[in-house]
Structures are given as C-alpha cells and as structure tokens.
Design a protein around this ligand. Sequence first.
Ligand code: FES
Length: 106
Amino acid sequence: MATWLNLCSLDDIPRRGSRVVPPLDGKSSVSIAVFRTADDAVFALQDACPHKGGPLSQGIVHGNKVTCPLHGWNLDLASGEACTPDVGCAKRYETRVENGVVWLEC
Ligand code: FES
C-alpha cells in the first residue's frame, strides 16, 4: 500500500518552478524535484536529467514540460520521458494536491 508524505503547501512551490526534496529512502544520492506548473499542476521527477544528470529542478518549466538547464532536453513532467528526438526517462513519483497541500508518494 502506498505511503504518502505531506510535503508542503502548494504555495511553497513557485509557479513554473520547483522545490527539491532529499532522497526518500535515505540511500539514493539523487534528490527529487517537485514542479508546479503555471496552472498549478504538480509533478515530481528525480532531480537528474537522463542525458547527463543535469539538475532538472533548475530547468525552465513550460506547459507540462521542463527544459534541462545543461543541454536543453525537454522532458514531459507527467511521464518523465524525454521529448523527441531525445530518448531517455527520468524516474517519476506520484503526487497529489488536496486542499492546498502537496503529497508525495514514498
Ligand atoms: S544533462 Fe540534461 S540535457 Fe544534458
């Protein structure tokens, strides 16, 4: 059964921005980037681009995508998949927003 972490208030994440969460298992070296889109959808991906590990949390959020700050790959926030012509996938995490509170599945 899924366990959900009460992460923060939706307003703690800037629109078209992100918040970085330490690895949930305490073992992984990769943090999680939690993104908020312009229309207040929330998505979470590992904070490492599938290309060369760029920090996705520092990327540009546009629509339901983020552009990696290192070499410009675009990733779909809902799936973590790189957009054509690039190929790769960032691990994604389930999120939900209830009454202005962001929950992250862990
Ligand atoms: S590391 Fe993200 S595009 Fe290269």
